[in-house]
Design a protein. Structure first.
Length: 423
């Protein structure tokens, strides 16, 4: 019986496993380490977050991104974006050094037991019992594609996260849907390899992040607009550094902020690669789409003038860089009984209570994007893994020592451990 099974081996899962192992818990982590970063981001992309805000978390802070870079003769400087490939390699280095051996099998099912605890089933059929489970499944279960495009073949429509490289689109015509970083950086990479590309965005104008101010600034400037893991300013500082206080906000306020804060925007360093090279259609959205010989015909509605008839646009492929929607119904690895009884918020995301524990299922802990409505926008970024790992493992330890009246399987007492050792 494991104390904790961690499902997912990205930044959140690895950080949780590191903290759990350091706390002396019997922990096992499942998943392909850094899979999203290795398998779902094209070569040539960069990390949008600052290097100092992109560390995975271990209790002693030994296995940081800057330490990894220094050991390989690279730099991790403020204001200099890190290639995604470097970050993925850093995550593998972290996994080798800060985490018990990662089991790269996929967990296909998590089932709740009575009176407490869980069983996890792997893709080859092994069943593993655990007192607690942490779901750190990342973003891939929550891919969101616009309704007008959902019924088209994957040969014609894909999500931006479906590509580890973009070579197949050389010399083709591609339309990218979206106005955020994924859309704009994907479009830049496509243009740079010779693809004819356009961006279709609902917004009336593109938003671009400012060049970050120097790390060392006059005190009055820092006090007026402090650095944070989510950018400058006191509001961003609150989201980044005080997730525990964020959870105390009214539910509706939290849901609104999680939906609207840090909205779609391009990094400052991609702007000069997009504006001269990529056609951008602003204030437009896809009203309908159908397959035609050679690709897709899009009916594109002008949101700025509802009187105009939709324009028609033909393209060979559509890439939807339209984000992720972390609703509980997409957690397909949970048993139907567990999933349908999962407490959710008004937006359909799983509720995360004290220390990231599900209010409806004691011993089930949540991490990453699914907790943004509860703990704030930081949970959409690597930076949120540090707070999550510490708080979640504290919650696991509390749950392990909670009596069975609250539905948990208690951790073995000292006498039981001693008797087990003698046996």
């Amino acid at each position: 019986m494991y104390d904790l099974l961690v499902v997912g081996a990205g930044p959140y899962g690895l950080s949780i496993a590191s903290h759990a192992a350091a706390a002396g818990l019997k922990v096992r982590v499942f998943g392909r380490p850094m899979a999203s970063w290795r398998d779902h981001m094209p070569r040539g992309m960069f990390l949008k977050s600052e290097p100092w805000a992109s560390h995975l978390s271990d209790p002693e802070r030994r296995w940081r991104l800057d330490a990894y870079c220094e050991g390989r003769g690279m730099t991790a400087r403020h204001g200099e974006p890190i290639p995604v490939e470097v970050f993925a390699e850093y995550g593998l280095w972290f996994a080798r050094n800060a985490v018990p051996a990662v089991d790269e099998r996929t967990v296909t099912r998590v089932v709740a037991l009575r009176p407490g605890g869980f069983e996890a089933v792997t893709d080859d059929g092994e069943v593993l019992p655990a007192r607690t489970v942490a779901l750190a499944v990342g973003v891939m279960p929550f891919v969101e594609i616009p309704a007008a495009l959902k019924d088209l073949s994957p040969a014609l429509v894909t999500h931006s996260s479906h590509h580890s490289d973009l070579d197949r689109f050389r010399g083709k015509d591609v339309t990218v849907i979206g106005g955020g970083q994924a859309a704009l950086e994907t479009a830049a990479l496509l243009a740079e390899q010779g693809t004819r590309v356009r961006v279709l965005a609902r917004a009336d104008e593109l938003c671009w992040n400012d060049v970050p101010p120097p790390w060392e600034r006059p005190l009055w400037r820092s006090a007026r607009s402090p650095h944070s893991g989510l950018g400058c300013g006191w509001r961003n500082w609150f989201y980044a550094e005080r997730p525990g206080l964020f959870r105390r906000l009214p539910v509706r306020t939290r849901a609104r902020i999680a939906t609207t804060a840090l909205g779609p925007a391009g990094a400052w360093w991609v702007r000069d690669r997009v504006e001269p090279a990529v056609e951008v259609l602003l204030g437009h959205e896809v009203a309908a789409a159908r397959e035609v010989p050679g690709g897709v015909r899009l009916e594109v509605a002008d949101r700025t003038d509802g009187v105009r008839a939709p324009r028609t646009l033909e393209t060979e492929h559509v890439i939807a860089a339209t984000g992720f929607r972390a609703t509980s119904d997409r957690l397909g690895l949970l048993s139907e009984q567990l999933r349908t009884a999962l407490a959710t918020g008004a937006d359909g995301t799983p509720a995360a209570g004290r220390d990231f524990e599900s209010p409806s299922h004691p011993g089930l802990f949540l991490a990453g994007l699914v907790t943004a409505s509860a703990y704030g926008p930081a949970m959409r970024f690597v930076h949120g893994a540090t707070y999550t790992a510490g708080a979640l493992v504290r919650g696991v330890r509390r749950r392990l020592h909670t009596g069975p009246r609250e539905g948990a399987v208690p951790a073995p007492g000292r006498r039981e451990v001693a008797e087990g050792a003698r046996r």
